[in-house]
Write a protein that binds this ligand. Structure first.
Ligand code: AMP
Length: 215
């Protein structure tokens, strides 16, 4: 099964995609994670990408399409995959369709996670992430221990550099301008399924699985 998790930053795409990936036993591919790991390694890609990421802007389409094309060619994607954070523009979606059609494949479902803008700003600015295992915490709803050490792996928990309020507002604006049009794009292909991103992680996951098993 080929699935896209679509939603503004902070809607829970990553969390839900990872859970679904375990359930369906297919990889969850987060383009944000791929880029953050390149930034950490200080590779050429990382150096190029960090300028865009820190400004809350999108990394150019040509770069992102190349990354995803290479990743989808890996053996673990043969049985399907979940895309988290890609596509983010109509040209990326068109390139993905083209890429898959060469393999006689296509996207099965696009799960659109809906959360209001004001909730997203609070969620994102209070989000903290383990720098080692990438587990998400939230200062309001799921706070880490006072020493900011991850209870799962012992890594250091910190705030993503693009989760400060100014960058968050910029990212949400970029989402509305560049990524939201994808809802129409996938609606026209009858692949879009809306899910409210409000509720506990398990509740939202339950709604997603229900949609996948009913369609
Ligand atoms: P995310 O973790 O998905 O919120 O992504 C973090 C940042 O990585 C975004 O704000 C963009 O700068 C960049 N990024 C991730 N995926 C894409 C993409 N598909 N197209 C362009 N930029 C991306």
């Amino acid at each position: 099964m080929q699935i896209i998790m679509l939603g503004a930053p902070g809607t829970g795409k990553g969390t839900q995609g990872k859970l679904l990936s375990k359930h369906l036993k297919i990889p969850n591919i987060s383009t944000g994670d791929i880029l953050r790991s390149a930034v950490k390694q200080k590779s050429d890609l990382g150096k190029k990408a960090s300028e865009f990421m820190d400004a809350g802007e999108l990394v150019p389409d040509v770069v992102m399409i190349g990354i995803v094309r290479d990743r989808l060619m890996e053996a673990d994607c043969k049985k399907g995959f979940i895309l988290d954070g890609f596509p983010r523009t109509v040209p990326q979606a068109e390139a993905l369709d083209k890429l898959l059609s060469k393999e006689c494949a296509e996207i099965d479902f696009v799960i659109a996670l809906d959360v209001s803008q004001s909730k997203l700003i609070t969620r994102l600015t209070s989000r903290r992430v383990c720098s080692a295992c990438r587990k998400d915490y939230n200062m309001l709803t799921n706070p880490p221990a006072a020493d900011m050490i991850c209870s799962f792996c012992g890594g250091i928990i910190s705030q993503r550099s693009d989760d400060d309020e100014t960058t968050v507002k910029k990212r949400l604006q970029v989402y509305e301008n560049k990524t939201a049009p994808l809802r129409k794009y996938y609606e026209n292909q009858s692949k879009l399924r809306h899910v409210s991103g409000i509720g506990s992680i398990d509740e939202v996951q339950g709604k997603i699985r229900e949609i996948l098993s009913n369609t």
